[in-house]
Design a protein around this ligand. Structure first.
Ligand SMILES: Cc1cc2nc3c(=O)[nH]c(=O)nc-3n(C[C@H](O)[C@H](O)[C@H](O)COP(=O)(O)OP(=O)(O)OC[C@H]3O[C@@H](n4cnc5c(N)ncnc54)[C@H](O)[C@@H]3O)c2cc1C
Length: 415
């Protein structure tokens, strides 16, 4: 998560940077083969050296991890075995952030959607809606407008770009982190309520000791030229930014007219394909494997795969057409059986099955899912029994309790 990057990353030449920061819209095919290829292509040494640069050797694993095409424990085991990585390696630690946010969500539940503790200003100092210029990528601050365009065009943003966008939104525009988090979540292909909302809180200072701030010099070091933002509101010292974060003073868009982009539409159900209502007869007496948006790996051969979409959950958390296409295409590749309905109706129909197997995920938050008693996938790290209030407390526990020398033998699949 840290923004204190080594100053030794690759030079941001415009051509190289374009290749990485303007990912093709189809950069993440929704298939198990694509997920495995991404994993096989990871270069941990380059990652550790360059990950803070927008054109650095980041992995692009997040859409596959979020949607369960890659299992976190298997991913960590594979990377550690193949590259002989200790737990202290930067890449393993970053995967640890993902596990930590999941840990926090399990421990704190719905509380993660509210300020975990007071931030630099009282809640009333922040607006509850995003300004139209920000939504349309027309703030006149190039780093912000580029980030918004990239988010809309690809559904993916580099971690640094997410931090910049969140910090500007909260501390310069004085928008409450929750409004920004909900908006970004909806457009991300890898949107994960724990990683996303808790990262926004980390930036806002309601989930961390201090607000995350950045200036134009920081952008110039890590981003390609078209992102540089000299002469804008962020072209100032950290002391001035800290004073701004602690003052109710807000800034608007930069003066002058700025090119705008249209925000993609959001949908509470798949725009092109519709699931059918639950049908108990289709599963009667069968051993069912539950396929859901956070569990899109290949199902076991001995089960009837059933894909499900919880209509109430999706009404609360809309997605972009790109994300729907990713999830539904993968579901359709696994099974012709796709039900979309409230969780209670799906679980009622599933009572006709002989057995229901699958993996639990905290996004299955409707209490009706609990009746299925699905287990959580195993964690790659020794999980603390009690809530850790900071990543460092969590990671200290992990480093102490997860066997360092326990490098798994062999690889999990051919690559
Ligand atoms: C404001 C904000 C919002 C975010 N929203 C999400 C989200 O909705 N879903 C999501 O998966 N991640 C989120 N992240 C975390 C991180 O930005 C992404 O996981 C990462 O950029 C995904 O790209 P990658 O796979 O190329 O990452 P890499 O840098 O290659 O990292 C490898 C993997 O490590 C994990 N990881 C790396 N950094 C973090 C981090 N800071 N927090 C948690 N896990 C991390 C991810 O699983 C990632 O796939 C957010 C971060 C911020 C600052």
């Amino acid at each position: 998560m840290s923004s204190c990057a080594p100053a030794t990353g690759p030079a941001c030449t415009p051509a190289k940077a374009k290749a990485r920061t303007q990912l093709a819209a189809d950069a993440f095919p929704p298939s198990a083969t694509a997920a495995r290829s991404r994993l096989a292509a990871v270069r941990p040494a380059d990652y550790a050296r360059s990950r803070n640069h927008l054109n650095g050797a980041v992995t692009g694993l997040s859409p596959y991890l979020t949607h369960g095409l890659l299992d976190l424990a298997e991913t960590v085991a594979y990377l550690r075995a193949r590259h002989r990585l200790p737990l202290t390696h930067k890449l393993v630690q970053e995967l640890g952030w993902r596990a930590y946010f999941q840990h926090s969500w399990r421990q704190r539940g719905e509380a993660i959607f509210h300020d975990l503790h007071p931030g630099p200003l009282p809640q009333a100092a922040y607006d509850r809606t995003l300004p139209a210029d920000l939504r349309r990528g027309a703030t006149g601050v190039p780093v912000i407008d580029q980030a918004v365009r990239t988010l809309y065009a690809t559904g993916y943003l580099h971690n640094h770009a997410r931090m910049w966008l969140a910090s500007y939104t909260v501390h310069v525009r004085k928008v409450h982190w929750r409004a920004g988090a909900d908006w970004m979540y909806a457009h991300l292909l890898d949107g994960d309520l724990a990683s996303n909302h808790l990262s926004w809180q980390w930036v806002a200072g309601t989930g961390s000791a201090k607000p995350y701030l950045f200036n134009a010099e920081n952008v110039a070091r890590y981003a390609p030229p078209e992102w540089h933002s000299a002469g804008t509101v962020i072209d100032t010292s950290y002391a001035a930014l800290d004073a701004l974060a602690h003052s109710p003073q807000r800034h608007g868009a930069e003066p002058g007219a700025h090119a705008a982009v249209e925000e993609p539409a959001l949908f509470t159900a798949p725009p092109d394909a519709d699931g059918s209502p639950p049908d108990a007869k289709a599963v009667a007496g069968r051993s069912v494997w539950l396929v859901h948006p956070w569990s899109l790996a290949d199902p076991p051969a001995d089960a009837l795969p059933l894909a499900v979409l919880d209509a109430h959950w999706h009404a609360r958390w809309p997605w972009s057409a790109r994300r729907w296409a990713f999830v539904v295409a993968r579901m359709r590749a696994i099974t012709p059986l796709l039900w979309m309905a409230p969780a209670a109706e799906i679980t009622a129909a599933l009572r006709a099955a002989a057995q229901v197997r699958g993996w639990y995920n905290p996004h299955l938050s409707d209490p009706a899912w609990a009746a299925l008693r699905l287990p959580l996938p195993p964690s790659p790290f020794a999980e603390p029994a009690r809530a850790c209030r900071s990543f460092s407390a969590y990671w200290t526990h992990v480093l102490k309790r997860t066997p360092q020398a326990d490098l798994p033998q062999g690889v999990l699949f051919d690559d």
